[in-house]
Design a protein around this ligand. Structure first.
Ligand code: F6P
Length: 546
């Protein structure tokens, strides 16, 4: 693995020089100069058409970025991850979400133990349970079948399940209602359970640690809510199951370990949607389709592990992020799915990317002297076009975009909805790249005073990803694409993509503040003047100040 400072790598210096030569060349010219540009910068693999020709790159840029990846030890780092080395150095853990989708018979060792049989044992247990709920064989405490499934979790224990449920709703069993509770704000629980009967409701409490404040608060509230209606502790066994790595805490909560689905410390929360954390997904779409999703993940894993970097989708995607982030000083990446079912995909990616690459020191603790993770954000198209696209087109910030679209509509309404949708995604990428010049506007008769307002500079980069249809398998491929893009970025930046120490401090301070909010008398506050005043003002608003 590389241990040299990123800025000292020969490829970094070469890219710095190359950037100064390329920075002012518009995409219009790059396309005009190279009739083969589209073929040169399009990769087709695993059913994905990945067009990155509308990026501010030349073949030399790609050559140098690939050199940067090689000099950063990306190949060795990939091998280290796939073989179960403890590459999460600050937590001394292997990083093996790829083992969650490894086919039966493959061997992957952690501390000398092959983990693949354990993965498949949990998948089988999940499948058995999912089938029982789907068929109605699993009965609630009063003998009724389950109609509602409520997933309680937060972060990776919520965002993956809710994103996958929404993305694959078209394949879900529609006589089951799925709801998701994450926020400690009581509104979330109240609204998620609104109108539900406890005797038809199953709670899946998802928490890797089974100690997370929000999830535990919501799980206890759920138990109270269920027992108020069902009136007997014995009902918990029929209405609560847990997904966790922490058997002791699950049992302490009162959930029988027979109703617990396990996973392992080598699965990071934000990389866990294909572990038992995906139980709600499996209940929704069924074990067979869940297996298809896993095979999509696995296909992308194998592509990432084996394809040459020049035609490796996650590597190219990750290198482009590094290119804009570190050389063009771009602060964000917009993910713009032209598929309504992917409406929670950007939110899911926010944790995956930003909890992974939001780091300020390298693996050995040295402060970085370059930019690390960009902000990811986005909304489905075409909605975003009538909201924030204005800024992407004519604002002062450079925002590389990922457009994602599919050839087949999942709902054919007998008219041209899908053509309208696809025409828009192509038009947006075209407008961003090539803009509209003052000369074109004048030629079209635009009044001179309006010309500056109506000019589109263009030269705004984007990738367009096209696939046939949003299936479970394709969702697996897309998620793994972004997972490994993040891995590529983190390897170049020499950071630990698998820890999340940055979420700790707020948790510790909140624990200290809770008793101060709830104290009967005037608490002795020792925070800064702003925090002290906020606490006092809240207490007065709430009507508890003495
Ligand atoms: O926000 C920090 C975090 O640890 C995430 O990484 C994780 O996905 C989330 O909290 C939930 O954790 P758990 O699954 O242990 O409840």
């Amino acid at each position: 693995m590389a241990n040299s400072n990123l800025r000292n790598l020969p490829a970094w210096s070469a890219l710095t020089q190359h950037f100064s030569e390329l920075a002012n060349i518009p995409l219009r010219q790059l396309f005009a100069d190279d009739p083969q540009r589209n073929e040169r910068f399009t990769v087709q693999a695993l059913g994905l058409y990945f067009d990155y020709s509308k990026h501010r790159i030349t073949p030399e840029t790609v050559r140098l970025l690939v050199e940067l990846a090689e000099q950063s030890g990306l190949r060795q780092h990939i091998d280290a991850m796939f073989s179960g080395e403890k590459i999460n150095v600050t937590e001394k853990r292997a990083v093996l979400h790829t083992a969650l989708r490894a086919p039966k018979g493959k061997q992957i060792f952690v501390d000398g133990v092959d983990v693949v049989p354990d993965v498949h044992a949990v998948l089988e247990k999940m499948a058995g349970f999912a089938e029982q709920v789907r068929s109605g064989a699993w009965k609630g405490f009063t003998g009724k079948r389950i109609r509602n499934v409520v997933n309680i979790g937060i972060g990776g224990s919520d965002l993956g399940p809710v994103m996958a449920y929404e993305a694959l709703k078209n394949y879900s069993q529609r006589d089951l209602d799925f709801r998701f509770v994450s926020n400690v704000d009581g509104t979330d629980f109240a609204e998620a359970t609104h109108g539900l009967n406890a005797d038809e409701t199953l709670f899946i409490v998802c928490s890797k640690t089974f100690t997370t404040l929000e999830t535990m608060a919501n799980a206890h509230t759920a138990r109270k809510w269920a027992l108020q209606q069902l009136g007997d502790e014995a009902a918990v066994a029929r209405h609560f199951v847990a997904v966790s790595t922490n058997r002791v805490k699950v049992e302490e909560f009162g959930i029988d370990s027979a109703n617990m689905f396990g996973f392992w410390d080598w699965v990071g929360g934000r990389y866990s949607m294909d572990s038992a954390i995906g139980l709600s997904t499996m209940i929704s779409i069924g074990p067979e389709r869940f297996t298809e999703m896993l095979s999509g993940f696995h296909a992308m894993d194998e592509h990432f592990r084996t394809a040459p970097f020049e035609s490796n989708l996650p590597v190219l995607m990750g290198l482009l992020v590094v290119w804009y982030n570190c050389f063009f000083d771009a602060q964000t990446v917009a993910v713009l799915p032209y598929e309504q079912y992917l409406k929670r995909f950007p939110a899911y990616l926010q944790q995956l990317t930003m909890e992974s690459t939001g780091k300020q020191v390298t693996l050995d603790g040295t402060r970085v002297d370059y930019q690390t993770g960009p902000v990811y954000w986005g909304e489905p198209g075409t909605n975003g076009q009538h909201s924030f696209y204005q800024l992407i087109h004519q604002g002062t910030k450079l925002i590389p975009c990922d457009f994602i679209a599919f050839g087949e509509a999942l709902h054919n309404l007998g008219n041209n909805h899908h053509d309208l949708l696809l025409a828009n995604v192509f038009a947006q990428a075209e407008a961003l790249a090539f803009g509209r010049t003052p000369e074109e506007l004048r030629a079209a008769g635009t009044a001179e005073w309006l010309v500056p307002h109506r000019t589109f500079e263009g030269n705004r980069p984007s990738t367009t990803i096209l696939a046939k249809a949003l299936t479970p398998e394709m969702l697996g491929k897309l998620v793994a694409l972004y997972e490994h893009s993040v891995f590529t970025q983190g390897t170049i930046w020499q950071i630990d993509c698998f820890d999340q120490w940055g979420v700790e401090l707020g948790k510790v301070l909140a624990e200290k503040i809770v008793p101060e909010l709830e104290a009967a008398g005037e608490p002795d506050l020792k925070h800064d003047s702003s925090t002290n005043a906020l606490i006092r003002h809240y207490r007065s608003l709430r009507g508890t100040a003495k």
